[in-house]
Design a protein around this ligand. Sequence first.
Ligand code: IMP
Length: 191
Amino acid sequence: MHKRNSLFIATRNKGKLKDFKSLLPKYHIRSLLDTDIPEIEETGTNFQENSLIKAKTISNLLNTTVIADDSGLVCEGLDGEPGVYSARYAGTNSDEDNNKLLLKKIKDKNRDAEFVACICLYFPSGDYYFFLGKVKGEIIDTPKGNNGFGYDPIFYVKEFDKTFGELTLKEKNTISHRKKAIQKLIESSLL
Ligand code: IMP
């Protein structure tokens, strides 16, 4: 039996889960880590398509309402890279390798960047809704801070004069792409 305010998030990413738990404190969050469902292939070409693939697949399997987030870093000087390939940019599943590759590629290029999160809310009825959140920043050369995950240590934001990796979870969640998308989801009153 699930708690009435239980929510299923279609991810295994512990960093994302931490964000979601802190942003949705009223809900009991379940995730793919609580199941033996195998990895879902992200075959979409944009954040929307991938969030829908994940949410729909899991909702159909579990017959429950599912939230999936597809997110990533979009760099101006790299024509949008790593984009939907953010998690697997270096091909090793390592955040450190991804950051190193990005820093190598972005050397001498425009460093403006944004994190984008597309959340798909999928109901067992087949109805679904998208919520988009973005935050602008700049890629810095030397990683800073041990908080967060992924590209956080090289993503600098003016508002705090710090990288996401230097922000506390609470600080990051005042301005993050995920926070903005979740805010829209909450305001939709669909949950
Ligand atoms: P997804 O699981 O396909 O959505 O991959 C998301 C990837 O984008 C993560 O593995 C990170 O590399 C990157 N990413 C998304 N959101 C964040 C964030 O809040 N901080 C740092 N990296 C992020």
